[in-house]
Design a protein around this ligand. Structure first.
Ligand code: S3P
Length: 181
């Protein structure tokens, strides 16, 4: 069974949607950032502080490659995973990719207060400006996904419902409402 990858900008809801999606499908879940932190015994800001972004990107790619060898997992990724073309190839070749989109002002609202845990924002004097700049740099990098879902103004369950419906995924324990009488 192929994996389900969630991609999208920081604050698009990849981890919360991924966790809930996995629960509903009865599939295992993993978050690339959590996996990197677990393996390295250090949180993401400390890894950036230790070796910079390039060092983090190498760890990210190695973890993705390992996870891609698994089967049937729901995998939430870090927002910058798409920066390396090789990563997009790895995801394309080992599963279905879902892009969680959110409008700029929604992302700005969701990311306010989370700067300390996000090294690419934490060091910026003006976090909002940094977010706008990163969004501009990454424009078009997520759209190759098999499915695009708008998460703006929607709950985790509404987003998960849409993914399950559009990909026609079977829910665990036959809880798929379309399939019950
Ligand atoms: C990053 C996003 C973060 C994390 C790291 C870099 C990025 O993950 O991987 O701080 O480059 O967009 P989230 O998207 O889960 O915040």
């Amino acid at each position: 069974m192929s994996n389900l990858y969630l991609i999208g900008f920081m604050g698009s809801g990849k981890s919360s949607v991924g966790r809930r999606l996995a629960e509903r499908l009865g599939r295992p879940f993993v978050d690339t950032d959590e996996e990197i932190a677990r393996r390295e015994g250090m949180d993401i800001p400390s890894l950036f502080a230790k070796g910079g972004e390039l060092y983090f990107r190498d760890l990210e790619q190695a973890v993705l490659l390992d996870l891609a060898g698994r089967s049937g997992w729901v995998i939430a990724t870090g927002g910058g995973i798409v920066l390396r073309v090789r990563n997009t190839e790895i995801m394309r070749n080992s599963g279905t990719t879902i892009f969680l989109f959110a409008r700029e002002e929604v992302l700005l609202r969701r990311l306010t207060g989370s700067e300390a845990s996000r090294p690419l924002l934490g060091s910026a004097v003006d976090a909002a400006e940094r977010i706008r700049q990163l969004l501009k740099e990454r424009r078009g990098m997520y759209e190759w996904a098999d499915l695009v879902v708008d998460t703006s103004d929607r709950t985790v369950d509404q987003v998960v419902d849409e993914i399950i419906r559009r990909l026609e995924l079977p829910e665990a324990g036959g809880r798929n409402p379309e399939k019950t009488i």
